[in-house]
Design a protein around this ligand. Structure first.
Ligand SMILES: O=C(O)c1ccccc1NCC(=O)[C@H](O)[C@H](O)COP(=O)(O)O
Length: 226
């Protein structure tokens, strides 16, 4: 990982599984850097591509839409990238490196989710996806993701030479600890800021983003030896 990534001034924030205009607006207002739309029909947070494009058009500059896919086909990915041109791809299924590269036509930026469990070799996994712009570390849950479950953060080895996104069961209550212990490039949250599947709570999103900023302040103090 380039040195600048390990000394990033702030932890980026992705809020995932949005389905409503008011929630997109509240996520932006809270300080999200990216908002995720679940384009997999097997999720209770699923939105159609047309709906995701409609919601994504509300985003101001410098807030990125993320398309979440589970074992989608290249034509499905192409359609999504046509409908939402600046879409960051997130592959959260069983996609192989070749399938991820084919689906992103080898050039579109994508994140690859890793489902963390004891014995999982994250370094080997990351090396097997050389074109992944980031590795999203999620808990190993039934149904691929969005399970609201925290994995054992001690499973994250040092030396992952790729930006990592810490995910899985984060909330305003635990994200400071997660940022200080894992020091990820970004954090990702869904269940922890919801009042129902796909129904986000503006106050929880605000508190989550505020907690990440507090974590960054503490991290900076620690780095200065204060
Ligand atoms: O959010 C979903 O419903 C989902 C369904 C199937 C695969 C992935 C899914 N979400 C992926 C995400 O990026 C979630 O933000 C991530 O799994 C964390 O979710 P949570 O533990 O609820 O914060």
């Amino acid at each position: 990982m380039p040195a600048f990534l390990s000394r990033a001034a702030r932890t980026r924030i992705k809020i995932c599984g949005l389905t409503r205009e008011a929630d997109v607006d509240a996520a932006v207002e809270a300080g999200a850097d990216a908002v995720g739309f679940v384009l997999w029909s097997g999720s209770a947070r699923h939105v159609t591509l047309a709906r995701a494009a409609e919601l994504a058009r509300r985003l101001p500059p410098f807030v990125m839409p993320v398309g979440l896919f589970v074992n989608a086909t290249p034509p499905e990915i192409d359609a999504a990238c046509t409908a939402i041109p600046n879409l960051l791809l997130q592959f959260h299924g069983d996609e192989t490196p070749a399938q991820c590269d084919a689906a992103s036509t080898g050039r579109r930026p994508y994140m690859r989710a890793a489902r963390m469990k004891p014995g999982f070799d994250l370094l080997d996994f990351a090396q097997s996806y050389p074109n992944a712009q980031a590795i999203l570390l999620d808990a190993h849950v039934e149904g691929y993701g969005g399970g609201g479950k925290v994995f054992d953060w001690s499973l994250v080895p040092s030396g992952v030479l790729r930006p990592v996104v810490l995910s899985g069961g984060l909330s305003p209550a635990n994200v400071i600890d997660g940022v200080l212990r894992v020091r990820p490039w970004a954090v990702d949250v869904s269940s922890g800021v919801e009042v129902g599947k796909g129904l986000k709570d503006a106050e929880l999103m605000r508190r989550f983003c505020e907690a990440v900023r507090e974590a960054d302040a503490r991290r900076a103090d620690a780095d200065r030896g204060e």
